[in-house]
Each structure stands twice: as C-alpha cells, then as structure tokens.
Design a protein around this ligand. Structure first.
Ligand code: GAP
Length: 436
C-alpha cells in the first residue's frame, strides 16, 4: 500500500502538488498544481474530453459561468438541502462531520460533542457594490446546473436530438467541514460532468451503459481495474434528486472511497427549472408527437480525485536498483520522453538538443544535461517519464543511434536517430497496449 506521506513528499519535490499559499502557512482545503501536476491534470481532462465529447456524435460541450443566478440554487434544492451534519467538541472545540464519526465522543480528546447542526456547503458571496440579502450569490457547488439551465439553447443550436448529452469540465466549490486526505476532499476542486438526456423509458438502459463506459475509461488511462469497484448507493445515501446512483470507488491508501458517481437524476432538475423559471423545457419528439421532460443520467467525476488516483496507482518504491518510480500511462504522463546528452560536452549536447527539437512537436518532451546520467534517470523515474533517450559518443562517431531507456523494465536499446519520432511513438503505443 502506498504511504501517503511519501507520496505527498514526492509530489512536492517533483512539482506535482504544493500546499496553497505555503509561504503564509498554507490554506486548509486548497492546493496548487506545480509544473508536473498541471501537465498531469491537463492530460486527465483532455483524455476525458476526447473520450466523452470528441469521440461521440451524441455529446457536445459547454463552459458555463461559476456565479449563476441565485434562483438556480433555490430551484435545484441546494439552498434547502445541500447540508452536512456538523458537531463540535465542547472540550477541545474541534469540529467534525457527524456522519464521519463511529461514535459520538470526540476522537481527539474524548470530550462531549454538541447536537448535530446542519451546515450548508455552498460558499456565499455578494454581487455588485452593495452587500445585502438582495445581492447574495453562490459559487457553484456542481457544474451540472449550468448545463440544465442551458439545455434548451444547446438543444436548439447543436442539431442534437434526444438521446444526447452535454459535457462540462470546470471548478466547483464546497465549504467542506473537514477537507482531508490531501487533494481528495478540498474546498475548491474541478469536476468533469456529463448530463445525458434521454426518454424516461430508456433511462435504465443508459444508466447501465454509462456505468460500464466510465469504469472502462479509468483502465484506459492506466488505472488497475482490480483497484476499482462499483458500489450501489443505499436508499438513505441517495441525493435528493436521484432514484439510483453508484459510486465508482478506488482503493486509496486511506481505504475504498468515491472517485465518481453515476446517477439517474430522473426529470428532477429540468422539471424544477421549468416550474420556477416559467420557461418550457419539455422536449417535443416530431416522430412520435410526444412531449416530455427528459430523464438525465449523470456520470460526475472529480478531476483532482482522478489525479490522486493516477498518482497513487503509479507510485512504486523499488530496492534493486533503489529508486522510486511513477508508472504513469503515456496517456497521462506529464513528460513522454526525456532527452539527454551522456555528459555535458558540446558535441553531445548539440546533438541531443537537435533531437529534442525534432520530437517536441509530437510529444511532451524534456531536455536535461545537468548532473550524472544516473541522477537524471532517477529524476525522470519520479516524474513518471516512460522513456529517456541518451546521446553518447557512439551516436556521433559510429551508428547515429541513441539509447532508449525503458522506465518500467530498465532495458536499454539502440534506436536510429533518423527514425526517432516513429521509434518513440512505437515504444509509447506498446506501453499503452501492455497496460490495456
Ligand atoms: N453533480 C453531481 C455531483 O456533484 P457529487 O458526488 O457531490 O455529485 C461528484 O460530486 C464528484 O465530484 C465526486 O465523485 C468527487 O470526485 C468530486 N468531488 C465532490 N466533492 C469534492 C471535494 N470536496 N473535493 C474534491 N472532489 C470532490
């Protein structure tokens, strides 16, 4: 099992994740992604977008505002019901989520706890110059509502017919009582959500379809399938809008936990918005002449949780040789290929720089000439770079080949420079195939 302290220390050392505002002592529940982390996160989002939007004819994208009309959140039920039960310790004053405690004694000091109070998770702000009740607005706690309120515009403009979906990636905010487990539960995070609109009689079928699709996507981006499971929600766990929901869970170092939810939201949101906005949100099927409010199947994934899963699943410490290695899939690896001269000699460096330039339009590359070659390899192992190419004297004097070092097997093969783009492509493709 991965040790979270060691993983977070690697993430800091190699520029994946930093505590937010660290020079001021950090900010609980906020994290920053460094140069490696931002690449990893972008790759996760791009893989999702390609799979969910660009590879499907019946899904289109949207990018809606974070601050929406406050009525949206009344209508959606979030003002009324988006609460966590919260208790305080009367002795040490620590605050907990009541539903996360095994018993009603303070886990810190054993003190007596207060009765649970409902705590709304939405961040409130004021829009405009006057701070009064009329100017209250919220930071969105899910991206989904932006989709529901634009559903008719998108339907009219995109030439889609039901069944079809609208996808969105974006920030969401929740004033979590206890942000914890690193980037697993934070107050500011990103979601990748699809709202898939279908005829009510087909909702069960689409629900099954999306459960399967979504689990398969995680293995496609390199997550081991035996570290995933799908867990059906019990009746009392269901959100106010859903009649069925599963969590796709991952076996994190801190136990099995939710990575993504797939829910049947029924016609809850569109019916509510139709009722309170007074705008018609029914769908008219010109074949059957039927008017109805579509049902919605929603696969909703956390970007940051997917990044955390990618990090946990990739991490390995090895003894012989002693190294820490991140086995990212080439589909998510921040750097795909490192290029080095064996030593910092101009004749080797010039050639390596030339090779890196040829590769750069095709791959995420990195050039490094500082320090011993062993140290440079170890650094790339920790960044999870699947292959490194090294230019040596033989390259210049003899064969015009470079050494391709395989991160996972440590094997080293000579590959021709004049064919370098297709050699690297072949290597990365074979690594993806091995993992599928
Ligand atoms: N629109 C449905 C919805 O928001 P959710 O289960 O509350 O459902 C969906 O959230 C996903 O968003 C979760 O599976 C998780 O990956 C991510 N998520 C939710 N709260 C989070 C938090 N505080 N920090 C990081 N990710 C979070």
């Amino acid at each position: 099992m991965v040790d979270m302290d060691k993983l977070t220390s690697l993430c800091k050392r190699r520029g994946f994740v930093y505590p937010s505002s660290e020079i001021y002592g950090g900010m609980n529940g906020s994290w920053d992604y460094g140069p490696m982390g931002v690449e990893l996160k972008r790759n996760v989002k791009e893989q999702w977008w390609r799979n969910m939007v660009q590879n499907r004819q019946n899904v289109v994208g949207l990018d809606s505002a974070i601050i929406m009309h406050p009525e949206v959140w009344k209508t959606s039920g979030h003002v009324e019901s988006f609460h966590d039960p919260m208790v305080d310790c009367k002795e040490c004053k620590k605050r907990y989520r009541a539903d996360h405690l095994d018993e009603m004694i303070c886990p810190e000091c054993g003190g007596e706890l207060t009765e649970p109070k409902q705590f709304n998770l939405m961040f409130k702000t004021h829009v405009g110059a006057v701070e009064d009740s009329a100017s209250v607005a919220y930071l969105r706690p899910e991206t989904a509502q932006g989709i529901f309120v634009q559903y008719v515009n998108v339907l009219n403009d995109s030439r889609q017919k039901i069944p079809f979906g609208i996808a969105q990636i974006g920030k969401a905010f929740r004033n979590e009582v206890n942000p914890r487990n690193y980037i697993f539960r934070s107050r500011e995070f990103e979601q990748m959500e699809l709202e898939f609109f279908c005829h009510p009689s087909e909702a069960d079928e689409w629900y099954e379809f999306w459960k399967k699709e979504r689990r398969e996507w995680y293995t496609y981006i390199g997550i081991r399938d035996d570290h995933l499971r799908v867990r059906e929600h019990t009746e009392d766990e269901l959100a106010h809008y859903a009649n069925a929901c599963v969590d796709i869970e991952y076996n994190f170092p801190f136990g099995w936990n939710e990575l993504e939810g797939v829910a049947n939201r029924q016609d809850f949101d569109l019916s509510q918005h139709q009722k309170f906005s007074g705008k018609k949100l029914e769908y008219f099927d010109d074949q059957t002449k039927e008017s109805y409010i579509p049902y919605v199947i929603e696969p909703s994934a956390g970007v940051d949780r997917t990044v955390l899963v990618t990090l946990c699943d990739a991490y390995e410490e090895q003894d012989d040789p002693k190294r820490t290695v991140m086995h990212f899939s080439p589909r998510t690896a921040p750097i795909e290929v490192g290029v080095f001269p064996l030593m910092k000699k101009p004749v080797l460096a010039d050639k390596a720089i030339e090779i890196e330039k040829v590769l750069r339009p095709h791959f995420r590359t990195f050039y490094d000439q500082v320090g011993s070659i062993g140290r440079r390899y170890r650094r790339q192992d920790e960044c999870g770079t699947p292959c490194c190419l090294t230019v040596d004297y033989e390259t210049i004097e003899k064969d015009d080949c470079v050494t391709l070092r395989d991160r996972d097997t440590l094997s080293q093969n000579r590959v021709p420079v004049d064919n370098i783009v297709s050699e690297v492509r072949k290597f990365l493709d074979s690594l993806c195939d091995k993992r599928e």
